[in-house]
Design a protein around this ligand. Sequence first.
Ligand code: GLU
Length: 300
Amino acid sequence: MRKTRIAAASAGIAIAALALTACNSGAPGGSDTGSADGSADGTWFEVAEDVSLADSPTYDAMVARGGVIIGVKEDQPGLGYLDAATSERTGFDIDIARWIAASLGFGEEDIEYVAIPSANREQAIVNGDIDYYVGTYSITDSRKDQIDFAGPYFITGQGLLVAADSDITGDEDLTSDVLVCSATGSTPIQNIRDNYDADTTEFDTYSQCVEQLRSGQVDAVTTDEAILIGYAAQYPDELKVVGEPFSVEEYGVGLPKGDDALRTYINDLFEDGGDIWQAIFDANLGASGTVVEQPAVDRY
Ligand code: GLU
């Protein structure tokens, strides 16, 4: 049953959400200045001409096809978002995906994006439906049984999104009378099931959970804070992010298992491209005011 509780908003989160709202007022699609402008079409990534990448079956397939197929999210503002009106894709993950493609010799016109929900990512990679996946994809040991990851390229943590008038203030309030929504096959829903008393309900996407929250069907949405901040910015009067992060989520690029050449290539790109990483962060997430460092890659 839904509980309604009253609480003061967390000042820090409110400011972060406000800043992102300001950023999003001109976006998705970016502002009219500098790199954010280019992030709507990938034109600010220099497309490599003399690519040398041996022993990568995935890259060989891209070359044979004359294009790259990338798995993404398209309902996560600030990270992976498709503007239905303009057909523009924007977000931190989308630009990371474009950067990798450009480094492999593929411009925006050579990219086919495929939206794949959390639960279907490993299978899409195993099946060869996509060349790589960039979409809030946490590196985990169980996923590594089926696929490989380059990165990490970003670190965030699990958070809670609640109604503006909710008195849920953090994960300590996830008691048995609270109903929490998350995505099927995600690390956050597993964490709630394993470690909390709250009830869970699940959907393919987080935007479906946000609609459940807005219509009062659930008490909270849980997933990575980076994702939740984007939704809070969409509905600043209705929704708020509360509490401290209660997990560590390291985002990787999902790759076919055993394509070590491609994994090394992308890890080298991340390691050598700190300035580009920073520009991508600033263009997409920088306005939230949160200082986030590029993580060191893990060449496991
Ligand atoms: N990063 C978490 C995961 O990979 C949650 C976000 C998502 O589902 O994409 O499961």
